[in-house]
Write a protein that binds this ligand. Sequence first.
Ligand code: PRP
Ligand code: URA
Length: 223
Amino acid sequence: MVRSGLEMLMQYKDFANVQVMEHPLIRHKISLMRKTDTGTYEFRKLVEEVAALEGYEALRDLPLKEVEITTPLEKTMAPMIDGKKLAIVPILRAGLGMVPGVQVLAPLAKVGHIGLYRDPVTHEPHDYYCKLPDPIDQRLIVVVDPMLATGGSAVDAINSIKNHGGKNIKFMCIIAAPEGIEKLAKAHPDIEIYVGCVDRELNDNAYILPGLGDAGDRIFGTK
Ligand code: PRP
Ligand code: URA
C-alpha cells in the first residue's frame, strides 16, 4: 500500500504537537548511527542525511505563492515558497551536525547558534552562547539537536529564542527519550516537535537507552 507523506508520520501519544518519523529510510539510518562500529565520518554523514529527511517533513507546510516565470516556451504562473524567511538554530555542539542536512533543503536560511552544555552531575543545562539572526520574530525557526534526553536543553534553548522574540518555532531531533518529549511538549505546546525515533528510557546518567552514546563526541570524534 502506498501511503502519503503525512501518513508516514505518527503522532506521539497525547501530544498533538509531536510527530514521530516512520519512514523506513530514517529508521534504517538511525539504526546505523547506533552501532558502535560506525565511525566518525559515516556517523556525521548519517546525521546530515536524517536531518535532511526529517527537514523535508518539518517544512511540508511552507506556504507557496504563484509567481510568473518564463519557460523556454512561454510565460506561466508557478508555485514558489512564499518568502518565508527561515532560520536554522543548532544547539551546540551536537546540533551543528544537523545543519548541513537542513541547508540542503533551505540553502539561504540564516543560521543562529545556541550554546548549552549539560552539567554531568545534575544534568541541568547551562547557557554559554546565543546569537540569532536579526530580526528573529519574522522567521520560521528550526531548532536542531540530535538528542532529546531529559528535555532540559531543548526547553532552555526555546525559552532563549522566545525571549529574543522568536515566535514561529519547530524543533527537530533524531532520538528522543519519552521523558524529554513530555517535558518539551508540555513546556512549549505551541511548537511542533519532529522526532526521528523514540527510545525506551534514560539511564542513571540521563543518557538515552538504547540510544547512540554521546552525539557530540561521535560527530566530532572527541572520544
Ligand atoms: C547533548 C545533546 C543535547 C543534550 C540533551 O548535548 O546534544 O543538547 O545533551 O540532553 P537533555 O535533553 O537532557 O538536556 P551535551 O550537553 O552533551 O553537549 P554537546 O552537544 O556539546 O556534546
Ligand atoms: N546527550 C547525548 O549526546 N546522548 C544522550 O544519550 C543523552 C544526551
